[in-house]
Design a binder for this molecule. Sequence first.
Ligand SMILES: Cc1cc2nc3c(=O)[nH]c(=O)nc-3n(C[C@H](O)[C@H](O)[C@H](O)COP(=O)(O)OP(=O)(O)OC[C@H]3O[C@@H](n4cnc5c(N)ncnc54)[C@H](O)[C@@H]3O)c2cc1C
Length: 403
Amino acid sequence: MSFKSFDCDVIVAGGGPTGLLTAFLCAEAGIEARVFEAQKDVALDLRATSFHPPTLDMLDAHGITDELIAQGIITTSWQVRLHPSGERAVFDLATIKGDVRHPFRLQCEQWRLQRVLVARIAKQDKASVEFGRRVTGFTQDSDGVTVTVEGGAQGTETLRARILVGADGLHSAVRQSAGIPFEGEAFPETTLVVTTTFPYDQYMEGIGIVCSCWTEKGNLAFLRLKDYWRLAVYLKEDRSIEEQITPEGVEAALQEVISVPEKYPVLRAWPYKVNQRIVPTYNVGRAVLVGDSAHVNSPAGALGLNGGIHEAFELVAALVDVLKHGAPLDRFDLYTRRRRPVVAEEILGQAKRNRNRMREKDPNERRRLLAELQAITSDPERHHAYVRKASMIDGLRMATAIT
Ligand SMILES: Cc1cc2nc3c(=O)[nH]c(=O)nc-3n(C[C@H](O)[C@H](O)[C@H](O)COP(=O)(O)OP(=O)(O)OC[C@H]3O[C@@H](n4cnc5c(N)ncnc54)[C@H](O)[C@@H]3O)c2cc1C
């Protein structure tokens, strides 16, 4: 098939944050990209809310960071805390001011980034997003990919492109069609994301904006957003999940942390299961993965979306080499080699360690863990190293060093 018969350079399956960013960066680099998103619009899911410092630096190079900052709140620290005593270890992002241009975390819902990207793509000639259209499978040959897309006014269509990017999340159809295994495990726990306008800052002295918290009967994470708090409540494993996710169950979980006479003003509550998985390779020929289609992890540490964003930048560099500079397809090997070890250690490994620490139930062990963290924060060198790693700077440096 000749080049003229291609419908575009790149088809992107999935209009989540990583798919949209990939298409936007492609268009900026002069590569035509069409995104197909199964849902009818940007989903307002209660998912990622924290943008790490190097992510803000990267997005800033494309004028996106200020637009996000205007819609979120910034924090210069995060903490791990024992409740109700309030003893805590506070990590200070000012320690990395020599490493990044944005030494703070931004708290802002991921759908806001998606909306910014949809608006940016709408202004680009070389990129488009088609909502309500699902990629169902593909084949490939030496010249390109043939992709089946269903839904929308066009119905089922078969399109040709030079490269297919699978940015279609946990259940990726691209990954499955390519026969790439998704190795790992599903964690047993169910987490409940709850949003509420309850003023936790008036009840928990010095709580800050990002806080992982051990309570007497469990653990939870508090994340402040502009207009509400988002809590990740780890449900009890010895009680039925169904009972704990009813409005009464949610109320009881919140009352257990801070008991107040009035009912909690709950906005939304959403249970989810956590998987920890990663692919052995990011591509098979012309089909390449990015973001959650390639790896998923516990949200502890807020690493998943940030990792997907870093990956989109790395992937577009590879796409530019292949599509604009004539590099062979094994240029994607470098993409896998740069991303896979970093994701395995700095994202999956770190997220699992964060999750395991917060799942600790023994009060003595919790105190020991807290003392360990406090010792780190009181030693400037170790504090800097810890914040640099947790902010994903080490991972990015590791990736860049791989040639
Ligand atoms: C509760 C929770 C909290 C989180 N908090 C954080 C955080 O604070 N910081 C952080 O960095 N990460 C966090 N994460 C992880 C983060 O949400 C994900 O890593 C991120 O959404 C991945 O983006 P993505 O674009 O790769 O995949 P997704 O966001 O899953 O997007 C995939 C898109 O593809 C579409 N799709 C699926 N199949 C098809 C198909 N066949 N054809 C077309 N479209 C398709 C879907 O509709 C979806 O829109 C959190 C996750 C959860 C669950």
